[in-house]
Write a protein that binds this ligand. Sequence first.
Ligand SMILES: [Zn+2]
Ligand SMILES: [Zn+2]
Length: 535
Amino acid sequence: MKVKFMGAARTVTGSCFIMETGGHRFAIDCGMHQGNGEIERRNWETKIYDAAKIECILMTHAHIDHAGLLPRIVKEGFRGAIYATPPTLDLLKILLLDSAHIQEMEALWKTRKHLRHGGNDVEPLYTRKDAEDVTRYFKAVEYDQPVTPFADMTVTFRDAGHILGASILELGVTENGKLSKLVFSGDVGRPAQLIIKDPTVIESADYLFMESTYGNRDHKNETDSLNELAEAIACSYRHGEKVIIPSFAVERTQELLYCLHLLDRDGRLPKDMPVYVDSPLATQATEIFRKYADYFDEEAKGLLKKGEDPLTFPQLHFTRSTEESMKINTSPGPAVVVSASGMANAGRIRHHLRHNLWREGASVVFVGFQAQGTTGRRIVDGAKMIKIFNEEVAVKAHIITINGFSAHAGQSQLMEWLGHFRSLSLQVFLIHGEYSAQQTLAGLIHERYGFPVTIPDYLEEITLKPGEEIERVAAPEEAAKRIDWNFIMLEMGNRLQQLRERQARIEEKGWAEQSEVRERILDLNRRLTALISEL
Ligand SMILES: [Zn+2]
Ligand SMILES: [Zn+2]
């Protein structure tokens, strides 16, 4: 059998692995590529997925980096079944529609820009209609109930403890009369996460495809998140300012509500400090959580049994309209604002940051992973100025990162989960991680457990033959074109030299023109300094 890595290979996003076995072809996940322009171009190059020839798709969970290309794949001719747990399917309905809406808005914005430059209309990656079409192929599967999409392949969904409905997939594949067991970890949750259960322990596999998002670090101060949140709230409350929390709509927002519920119960959330969930998507997701309370962990179920709703408290408001959202910033006084997107690069959160980032006494609390290239990552990395809606905003608010909310296992938790495997012949493939994190984790796995570890590259194809060495076919050169750094550096040097040569000409200009040139050079200089400080 063969597996081809369509994404989440030496990167975190774009999870999709296409398997071929005994004349069948199917996929695990169908995620969107997120990051810089170069990475996101992969979303448009979906011909290589050969959608019409994918028989079925097994979904680990509803996050966009695992599911965001489903509408595109259906649009391109996929007609098989999409298997996932019932909560995943419900979450997919709202998340894919939201994603399609973002795609449509982006295309509209680009079209306007193009028309101004005499260009043509820009097509969206997919539309809301495409997203609706996906639901026709949904097939619900409960945890721990094996299903057989076709003869010679069974799959069992196990609770991954990552977000509601998230799964680890255990596959049994028979080829040439030999049964192999493959495990796809999906995203492995952090044990002791609020609301949902701990990741299922798996003890055997021949091939394990494991995520490695936190392959090189642990979550610090895991147990203090409730206190850290309480401190941020108390501080901004004293200053009469707001606490802004960029948060993923699904899971993280509900965990935050749970925490705020606990703080309120302990008298640590001021009665006159309103809490706004300002994200229509988060509001819908919270309703889905209520529907699937059966999937909660014992602690959350216990509260419900006592008649205590862990997802609410008196100060809580869900805003619906844009007007309500805008009113949050026009009304002075302390408040907590939970809004999406979680990495602050899209959505309503940008308005709240623009209004509050420059205010001393305000707090911005990060509760999730911030990917490279996002606004969130730049703030967390200590940028002094941030560009929001084409405007530079100074960073004066307290910037706080709370690690205890992560929905991903940290390094030692991944190692512990892996430690349960008893199969001596286990082969590990690290996926879903930045390359440096994967190298660190690979070293650790090798040292502690002695399992062979492979870090597949984008579009690499690997042949798995039970009892034999794996065969790797490297990605074709065009998959990730080599970046010619020598050329880029030389070019930069040349430009600087040309600028120097023009100094005399600049000095001949009038003072106003000279000051204009100086302004532009200083701006370039600032941006270059910011870039250098990030490297
Ligand atoms: Zn995830
Ligand atoms: Zn993921």
